[in-house]
Ligand binder design. Structure first.
Ligand code: ADP
Length: 304
């Protein structure tokens, strides 16, 4: 059983030739709005791997909020602990996608930032009655800290995806984290150690252990993922595919991992290989949610 505490965003993708200049009015080719947010993507990845998945989060009382609730329910995610805020709108991301493939993104936290300690207390059952609790940095840190405290008091395994990168993390949050899963930039932001070769990844693992996190996975895009746990360390290469859109690659990896990992971490290399496989499918499709694979697709990709 997986519980995800995290963000729900309406992603609006604007297709443009180039960024407008200051003061300029410019036409775009097309704008489409779809469900997104790191929390939502990760929960959907876990649910599509057949994990019983519960979400703790918030939307606004608006059309985008309804779109997100519908999307989560369609993937069989338990939405009983998603609060609908009456005054603050659903979180949103505005993605300016240029012809050459470059992205410029503006985010409004909206209802995601309205999550409170009281909301965590109301969602206590969902947080303590699961095997794995997953959180990111698109909801307030104090709220995540409270959830991790409850989780650890009740023997729940905690996974922190420290994204987007942030520096002002409470030391207590790290000491309540069983497994941290950053990408290269997020790892360096916390550890101060650039991620280059495998030796630098091992240095990161040592630093994270000093900070109180016993287990680390660093995802390194098309290269794959490095792990260092209480049981040992290694590198699991990615699958070679023709990537067309890497949106939600990391989120697919995290959600899949949460669904596959044995809590004693005895199958970590295998779980990472499976998550690499799932993410390699996501990067071959456009957009976030439509390209996140189901369990059978990942299994079929192994057999192919
Ligand atoms: P994020 O999206 O958070 O920056 P990464 O870029 O590290 O995360 O990607 C997460 C995982 O997705 C990688 O560990 C890998 O398994 C997979 N992945 C990402 N990009 C590619 C790619 N171009 N080809 C194959 N797999 C990829």
């Amino acid at each position: 059983k997986v519980t995800v505490l995290g963000s729900l965003n309406a992603d609006t993708i604007m297709h443009i030739d180039r960024l407008p200049k200051q003061g300029e009015t410019m036409a775009m080719h097309d704008a489409t709005t779809a469900p997104g947010g790191k929390g939502a993507n990760q929960a959907i990845a876990a649910a599509r791997m057949d994990a019983a998945t519960t979400f703790v989060g918030a939307v606004g009382n608006d059309q985008n909020g309804q779109m997100l609730l519908d999307a989560m329910a369609t993937d069989n995610i338990d939405i009983a602990n998603i609060k609908t805020h009456q005054e603050i709108g659903t979180g949103s991301a505005f993605i300016m996608l240029e012809k050459d493939g470059n992205n410029t993104i503006l985010i409004h936290g909206g209802a995601n930032q309205s999550l409170s300690i009281e909301d965590i207390e109301s969602a206590k059952d969902a947080i303590i009655n699961c095997d794995v609790l997953v959180a990111q940095f698109e909801t307030p840190l104090a709220v995540t800290l409270k959830a991790f405290e409850l989780a650890k008091q009740n023997g729940v395994f905690t996974i922190l995806n420290p994204a987007p990168a942030k520096t002002d993390i409470q030391p207590e949050l790290l000491s309540l984290t069983d497994l941290i899963v950053p990408n290269e930039i997020e790892a360096e932001t916390i550890s101060g150690i650039a991620v280059t070769d495998e030796a630098s990844m091992a240095d990161n693992a040592r630093k994270f252990r000093e900070l109180g996190v016993p287990n680390l996975i660093i995802t390194v895009g098309a290269r794959g993922a490095y792990f260092s746990t209480v049981n040992g360390a290694g590198f699991v290469p990615a699958f070679k595919v023709n990537a067309i859109d890497t949106t939600a690659a990391g989120d697919t990896f995290i959600g899949t991992l949460a669904s596959q990992l044995k809590l004693d971490l005895s199958n970590i290399a295998e779980a990472i290989r499976f998550s690499n496989r799932a993410s390699s499918i996501t990067v071959q499709g456009a957009g976030a949610l439509p390209s996140i694979p189901k369990l059978a697709q990942v299994q079929a990709a192994f057999d192919a």
